[in-house]
Design a protein around this ligand. Structure first.
Ligand SMILES: Nc1ncnc2c1ncn2[C@@H]1O[C@H](COP(=O)(O)OP(=O)(O)OP(=O)(O)O)[C@@H](O)[C@H]1O
Length: 392
């Protein structure tokens, strides 16, 4: 899909912006008064030793995962790490090679996609090419044999929210990428499903629209309380949408936790360096040359905003060589080298020149420690202070 598709929706921003919020009201009006909301109580999704192979290739090694009823969980990871496969397993579009998936307490083995009670928005929209926009949006209601008049009302309302009413008679091939994405959103919104699965649904929207659509999506979820599983490789999207984030790498969930847990206490080197812009700086274990190393520590991590240009008392001290700075509006990103390793420091303006020797301080509590295998090591405040800090 084209990266420029966002431009084709510039004329419909206000309506699209409030789609999720209004959709919630719409849901309440259309279904609640008919007594049809009756969302299932248990909307949890449980993976027990779920494994997925494609032929000889193991894409997801045996995985245990508990997605709580009604939570917003984001699957985050680099391209090819298995996020979409995991989502497709929940949707029933793929079958596990082994293991068991429970949804709402029921085993899903042999349960068809249509019977899983999921609403889906996929990156490639997965629209039915032979159907009109109207029929695509109406599909879930048609197969549930809703009354024709109710279907028409529901479709026209949802289409109105995303300004698709003029296109109801068209086929997907006659729409732009952004318009197709809006059909996919409208189609998910009309479906009253306890499980809401989204695979990079905002990828075709421009940057501004993404932010507001994100907020509206959260608003929608707060009202409807479906179990939402949202796939993205955009960490900012993950941090803002996820109540919990599962960070994936090579088919494995390396860490699952709140955005704060993931940012402040990364369990592995991979998580530490994947989350954060600029990313966490990694320093060799002997970076504080004149101080003792901590046994078992192979690398130390420090976030760019936790390195200070001023000399702090009782801090860890680095001797760097200044390279250059970048202005990014709210602050500067400064580049320095420490024994040949480039680090980034987020700070205000600093008037150093290229090649200048600079002393930097890091409060010991802001250091992260990793072993040879890249796993986090906990080091007590006392030990950090005693071994690494420069004492006055
Ligand atoms: N049907 C398939 N047959 C064979 N291999 C597949 C199939 N579907 C996915 N894969 C492989 O499984 C791995 C995980 O793919 P998946 O689409 O789940 O990753 P992803 O994290 O969602 O990536 P992206 O962010 O690029 O969409 C990839 O190496 C991919 O090539």
């Amino acid at each position: 899909m084209g990266a420029d598709d966002g431009c084709c929706i510039s004329g419909v921003r206000p309506a699209t912006r409030c789609v999720f919020v209004v959709a919630a009201t719409y849901y309440e009006q259309l279904f609640a008064y008919r007594g049809e909301v009756a969302m299932k109580e248990d909307k949890s999704i449980v993976f027990t030793q779920v494994e997925k192979n494609f032929g000889q290739t193991n894409v997801i090694p045996p995985m245990d995962l508990m997605i709580n009823s009604g939570e917003r969980l984001v699957l985050l990871g680099p391209s090819g790490c298995g996020k979409s496969t995991l989502l497709r397993l929940i949707a029933g579009l793929e079958q596990p090679t082994s293991g068991m998936i429970l949804m709402g307490g029921q085993a899903m083995a042999g349960v068809d996609v249509a019977d899983r009670n999921v609403a889906m928005v996929f990156q490639n929209y997965a629209l039915y090419p032979h159907m009109t926009v109207f029929d695509n949006i109406a599909f879930s209601l048609t197969i549930r044999k809703k009354k024709k008049q109710d279907i028409r009302e529901a479709v026209e309302y949802a289409a109105g929210l995303v300004e698709l009413n003029p296109y109801l008679g068209r086929k997907p091939a006659e729409l732009s990428g952004g318009q197709r994405q809006r059909v996919a959103l409208a189609r998910a919104v009309v479906k009253q499903a306890p499980f809401f699965l989204l695979d990079e649904p905002l990828s075709n929207l421009d940057a501004l629209l993404r932010v507001s659509a994100r907020n509206d999506l959260i608003e929608l979820h707060n009202r409807l309380k479906q179990t939402m599983v949202y796939v993205t490789h955009d960490q900012l999207e993950a941090m803002t949408i996820g109540q919990r984030i599962a960070v994936m790498n090579g088919g494995v969930i390396e860490q699952i936790g709140t955005p704060e847990d993931i940012y402040e206490k990364p369990k592995t080197r991979f998580v530490a360096t994947f989350i954060g812009t600029p990313p966490m700086n990694m320093l060799p274990a002997d970076a504080f040359a004149d101080r003792a190393m901590i046994p078992g520590v192979a690398e130390m991590g420090v976030r760019p905003e936790h390195i200070m240009f001023k000399k702090l008392p009782e801090a860890c001290v680095l001797h760097g060589e200044y390279v250059r700075k970048e202005y990014i509006g709210s602050h500067y990103v400064h580049y320095l080298t420490i024994n040949g390793v480039t680090i980034q420091v987020v700070a205000g303006t600093e008037s150093y020149t290229t090649g200048q020797k600079v002393d930097l301080s890091i409060p010991p509590e802001h250091l992260h420690f990793f072993d040879e295998a890249g796993n986090r090591i906990e080091v007590s405040a006392n030990e950090r202070h005693e071994r690494l800090a420069v004492h006055a």
